[in-house]
Design a protein around this ligand. Structure first.
Ligand SMILES: Cc1cc2nc3c(=O)[nH]c(=O)nc-3n(C[C@H](O)[C@H](O)[C@H](O)COP(=O)(O)OP(=O)(O)OC[C@H]3O[C@@H](n4cnc5c(N)ncnc54)[C@H](O)[C@@H]3O)c2cc1C
Length: 446
């Protein structure tokens, strides 16, 4: 195993390329776009840079943080650490409490005990549910949904805690989200290491968070990075069958592209795998960037606020956004003063699984900002919608395997793995594929 072609330079492809290069492989990384990063990349507008979508990480995303460090970045300088806080504009709602050095589980108990606006029945229902999840070691039947898991919780706790957590992690409502995967994320966030439940919010563009530094690192280590090069046919790796040897100059191929591209590249080679990929459903995320020029406005009360959204209701959607982030607040100490100044007063509103047009979302979000945040003198910079932002991690879903043929592999957030469609899921998948591929190669050569 010497030369490996990786097709797709999102976070999964970057992770595989870094891991492979570090382990001595000759890696060639192909990316269809002009920049690395995939769905989590910087978008350059004439006057400023925004992200392809507002992202948030968790303290539990250990592999992502380790990858950032490996390519020479300091996560502390690039991510704003914020204790898990799901409070709305009025300050009501759930947040972890107590000293930050306390284990997250203790902060969770204190947060529940002193949660503003929750009744004794709400608190009791959450404590007993958390206890039952812990007793089952955060495992459940694979076919259960988050909604099923929440049975016994009061409606209020479901609305204020479970639904927003579910949206943040899966981008789908509780009834459509896998209970088993939810418990895994909950366990890693709340009941593993110190700081693992922290929200890590980018205080720089997504490109600064990994893709650009990874690009430099890869080139410095001899990896060939070929940007703006779309692969339209899956290359066939070198093979030896009996006395016949086919040499195409590549020992293995890793598809690190999105599920749709992987599906069409693999169709002629392994139609079962392609069919499994095709059955995956995807869901939208729209990010609306708003500029606030109100002279009275300095910053939001917190860098992230939960909003009252009516997405998912049967009536006409008038409040599509579930979260708002204050980029001015987050970017204010950015080392790049130009970025700090262009992001002053910029708010990003996240609307999950809303299928209305960009124009309607922009208009509705503008009204949400005026009515709920009481902002004046605001205008929309733009709305970016990703129709296939995340795959739907539904209950009982069996995800495609990483191995497609003996020498063709895949990595990406949608493949078999412990996490839903997230940066951490993508990074883990990239690292794992190299490990599995080299293990298999070692076994075959014995
Ligand atoms: C708006 C939005 C908000 C999100 N919010 C969060 C969040 O808050 N937290 C979180 O953890 N995750 C979030 N996600 C999910 C996260 O961005 C993805 O899980 C992750 O980026 C997926 O990485 P990937 O490498 O698996 O796939 P991708 O990023 O899709 O990368 C695939 C790459 O392959 C390239 N490619 C495709 N076909 C070809 C071809 N034929 N030849 C060459 N190159 C090709 C593509 O151009 C792309 O760069 C969000 C996603 C979106 C869109």
């Amino acid at each position: 195993m010497k030369t490996v072609w990786i097709i797709g330079g999102g976070w999964a492809g970057i992770s595989a390329a870094v891991q492979g290069t570090e382990l001595g492989l000759k890696v060639v990384l192909f990316e269809a776009k002009k920049d690395l990063g995939g769905r989590a990349r910087t978008v350059k507008l004439p006057s400023m840079q925004i992200d392809n979508g507002q992202h948030i990480l968790l303290g539990a995303y250990q592999e992502t943080l380790a990858l950032m460090r490996k390519v020479g970045l300091d996560p502390q300088a690039l991510l704003h650490r914020h204790r898990l806080d799901l409070r709305g504009v009025d300050g009501r709602g759930f947040k972890l409490l107590g000293y930050s050095w306390l284990p997250s589980s203790v902060q969770f108990i204190l947060g529940t005990l002193f949660c503003k606006g929750w009744s004794a029945a709400d608190k009791f229902s959450l404590f007993s549910k958390a206890l039952s999840w812990a007793t089952s070691k955060f495992n459940c039947e694979p076919t259960l949904s988050v909604k099923d898991l929440s049975e016994g919780l009061t409606d209020h706790v479901q609305e204020c805690l479970i639904t927003p957590l579910c949206l943040a992690v899966f981008n789908t409502p509780p009834r459509d989200s896998s209970g088993q995967v939810f418990l895994r994320v909950l366990h890693d966030a709340l009941f593993s290491g110190k700081d693992s439940s922290d929200l890590l919010i980018p205080k720089s563009d997504m490109g600064d968070l990994l893709p650009e530094a990874a690009h430099r690192w890869l080139i410095s280590k001899g990896c060939e990075v070929r940007l703006a090069e779309r692969i339209n046919e899956c290359p066939i790796p070198n093979t030896v069958t009996g006395s016949t040897q086919i040499n195409n100059g590549v020992d293995a191929v890793i598809l690190a592209c999105d599920a749709t591209s992987a599906c069409s590249l693999i169709e002629p080679i392994n139609s079962n795998w392609a069919n499994q990929c095709r059955t995956l459903e995807h869901t939208h995320i729209s990010t609306t960037y708003i500029q606030c020029d109100d002279t009275d406005f300095t910053q939001l009360a917190r860098p992230i606020l939960m909003l009252e959204s009516d997405t998912g209701s049967s009536s006409k959607v008038t409040k599509p956004a579930q979260f708002v982030f204050d980029r001015g607040f987050l970017f204010k100490n950015n080392a790049d003063q130009f970025k700090a100044s262009t992001n002053k007063g910029v708010l990003s509103f996240v609307s999950s699984f809303s299928t209305i047009s960009n124009e309607l979302i922009s208009e509705a979000v503008l009204n949400q900002a005026k009515n709920e945040l009481k902002l004046r003198d605001i205008k929309v910079i733009g709305t970016i919608s990703e129709k296939r932002a995340t795959f739907c991690c539904t209950p009982g879903l069996i995800r495609p395997a990483q191995q497609i043929t003996q020498r063709i592999w895949a990595c990406g957030d949608y493949l078999e793995g412990p996490y839903p469609s997230t940066l951490e899921g993508a990074v883990i998948s990239g690292k794992e594929v190299i490990k599995k591929m080299l293990n298999q190669s070692a076994q075959l050569s014995q």
